[in-house]
Ligand binder design. Structure first.
Ligand SMILES: [Zn+2]
Length: 93
């Protein structure tokens, strides 16, 4: 049995799109991972079985359903990571 949290897929897919609206925010690997983690902790997990072949159709359907929530969670996470980055210096911009 293999279960996946499809919220992970949706957050990863939306991350760059939302980050593009925050040009001042650091976009290094560490900050991106922190943003995705914070956003995922705010969002309810949605588990799906990856056994079936239609997983991507279902992810796309749910992506539309939860799009506003996901974008809000990512935007809040960006504000937090921007205010409290885990590294001293901003990465090269
Ligand atoms: Zn960074």
């Amino acid at each position: 049995m293999e279960l996946r949290n499809y919220m992970e897929e949706v957050v990863v897919q939306k991350l760059d799109q939302v980050l593009a609206q925050y040009p001042y925010c650091c976009k290094c690997e560490q900050c991106r991972r922190d943003i995705a983690t914070l956003a995922l902790n705010k969002l309810p997990p949605r588990y799906i079985s990856s056994h079936k072949g239609d997983i991507y159709t279902r992810i796309n359907e749910m992506e539309i359903q939860y799009e506003v929530e996901v974008i809000q969670a990512i935007a809040q996470a960006i504000e937090i990571v921007h205010a409290y980055p885990r590294h001293e210096q901003p990465a090269a911009e």
